[in-house]
Write a protein that binds this ligand. Sequence first.
Ligand code: C2E
Ligand code: CA
Ligand code: CA
Ligand code: CA
Length: 273
Amino acid sequence: AKAAGRNVMAFFDPEMQVRLQARARLETDLRQALPNDELRLHYQPQVDERGAVVGVEALLRWQHPVRGLVSPDEFIPLAEENQLIVPIGHWVLEAACRQLAAWAADPARAVMSLSVNVSPRQFREPDFVKRVLEILEATGAPASRLKLEVTESLLLEARDEARSRILELREWGVRFALDDFGTGYSSLAYLKRLPLDQLKIDQSFVRDLLEDEASEAIVASTIALAQSLQLEVVAEGVETVAQRDWLLAHGCRILQGYLFGRPVPVEALELDG
Ligand code: C2E
Ligand code: CA
Ligand code: CA
Ligand code: CA
């Protein structure tokens, strides 16, 4: 009876009420974000061992009329819950591919790849493959320079479906990265079955490098695993020279993080290292 009483109290908790209202307001605003043209892409470089930019990741931003720049960690989960992620993800792909087409026309950028985050829900849409191919065609972006970042959660359900979609897009040259590796439900069996090109070591492990032996062990074995599966490996969240040096010494050759550049609008992106 006591527990039930607490639950009733919790239900009428005024703080929770405020949080729910704020969330509902955010959701209403998010519905307007696309028609009001409030979404932006920022770009963050990925560099090789010499510091040359080999790729760029597109990261979504929401320029809210009152709240200013809202982080994707705040609105992507919300968008995932109410299907808005589908039109938003579509917008992201199109904007990113338009940028990729512009870079592709510039010989100095000829080898650069562009990574785009795809949410599980977006990936599972029945016409996802068709959409991607349409966008590539409409924008003229080269498929072979597009990399789609998916997460482990996608591997949990509908594995055969995921596999066949990845295979289909790969036939056109699109590549795939497994994002946030090590934070989810990684099963090495999935990894073996999925036709991926790249593993991204999650920033939580990179952050604790040189401070925590467990993180060092996890990162070192992820790099070794990637190498033995012939996957490219990228470390994200690299902020210090010590982290960079450790990663390079352990065989990770592509690095991403504030040490090399924060995500910025395209005009501010420095691609010449
Ligand atoms: P993510 O894909 O793991 O992206 C990396 C996040 O780490 C980005 O946060 C980036 O700004 C941040 N970051 C990069 N370097 C450093 C560093 O050196 N130190 C630290 N502390 N952080 C660093 P951001 O841009 O806030 O994005 C957060 C998450 O939102 C992304 O995590 C991704 O899961 C999601 N997201 C972003 N854009 C999109 C999108 O277009 N579509 C979907 N579905 N999700 C997106
Ligand atoms: Ca990512
Ligand atoms: Ca990540
Ligand atoms: Ca993340």
